[in-house]
Design a protein around this ligand. Structure first.
Ligand code: MRU
Length: 328
């Protein structure tokens, strides 16, 4: 059975606690929007599409628990700043604020669309993959609630015999690659090897990486995109080594209000996530540490953008506008 990061049962939205994976499968109940917002903020659930679905159900919980919808919306909007899917989902929930049945229908629709779009993303993405693939962070079912974006394409590419092997970046400092992508690929039976993030250049230099595919938290209309910290360095490495580089995303991860990636808000997380591993210090006590959780990759480093409407090629502003059905 496919992994799922959440389920809705008896008026409770249950989150699989991703902080404890792969060592323990524990479920956290959310019975209010405040609890859903806390689950997002504390990374019980993470990944752009998955936090969008959680926010949508958070608004359903607001009805059920009697919270003020404007206050619930505000709390959810403040939970994490970078992935636009959160704001996209809350925007879709707003017209249904006074109506529980309509809210539930809309939240379920947002979740169902994640599944549909990711089936298409996986199909289109598989076509650009071959041989040895490198990926970063976690973009599988745990990050989305569906098939996965970049990881969906990788699994489909393997099923088709196009992908032979996957290099999994551990993704410091939060280790989404080591803890979650490795766990998902193991369950999917795809041959893969874990590497630390600083090994990518070495492997590329030896000709052992044929293509890089990864996720997206927010893409501006010119194709610049925010994704997990470390994505930009992979894009630069691919450019240097002549390796194709693809972000994969549902079109709901595009923010058409942003002309370029410069205005994407980048989340700063606790320095303790850098100075400690699972609560164990790895630096002198009190030593300062920086923790930008995402970086922005400029569009000119992208080979193609994998979406549910196909793979888009430059000029990206025109291709993205056409895919979204808006004026360039
Ligand atoms: O901080 P996270 O774990 O929420 O970051 C997740 C990522 O950066 C993913 O690559 C992105 O959300 C795409 S998920 C399909």
């Amino acid at each position: 059975m496919r992994l799922s990061p959440f389920r809705f049962e008896e008026n409770t939205f249950w989150l699989l606690d991703q902080r404890k994976l792969p060592f323990e499968e524990a479920w956290v109940p959310c019975r209010s929007a405040a609890e859903a917002a806390q689950g997002i903020r504390e990374m019980v659930v993470r990944g752009a599409p998955a936090i969008g679905v959680t926010a949508a159900f958070g608004m359903v919980l607001a009805h059920l628990s009697g919270e003020n919808p404007a206050e619930a919306d505000r709390l959810l909007r403040q939970s994490r700043p970078t992935a636009v899917n959160l704001f996209y989902a809350l925007g879709r929930m707003k017209p249904h604020w006074g109506d529980l049945e309509a809210s539930l229908r809309e939240a379920r629709a947002i979740w169902a669309e994640v599944e549909e779009t990711e089936q298409a993303i996986s199909r289109h993405g598989a076509r650009v993959l071959k041989g040895q693939v490198l990926t970063h962070c976690n973009t599988g079912p745990l990050a989305t609630g569906g098939y996965g974006t970049a990881l969906g394409a990788i699994v489909e590419g393997y099923r088709q015999g196009r992908v032979q092997h996957v290099w999994v970046d551990e993704t410091r400092p939060y280790l989404q690659g080591a803890r979650l992508t490795a766990y998902e690929l193991q369950k999917a039976g795809v041959p893969a090897t874990l590497i630390t993030d600083n090994m990518a250049a070495y492997l590329m230099g030896k000709g052992q990486v044929d293509v890089v595919i990864l996720g997206t938290d927010r893409m501006a209309i010119n194709g610049d995109f925010a994704n997990k910290i470390g994505t930009y360095s992979l894009a630069v490495l691919c450019h240097y080594h002549g390796i194709p580089f693809y972000p994969a995303l549902p079109l709901s991860s595009v923010d058409p209000t942003l002309k370029s990636g410069q205005d994407i808000p980048i989340e700063e997380r606790s320095a303790l996530e850098v100075t400690h591993l699972h609560g164990v210090p790895i630096a002198p006590e009190g030593f300062p540490a920086a923790h930008p959780a995402f970086d922005v990759t400029p569009h000119h480093l992208i080979t193609g953008i994998v979406t549910e409407k196909g793979v888009l090629y430059p000029p990206f502003d025109e291709a993205l506008s056409a895919a979204l059905g808006i004026e360039p």
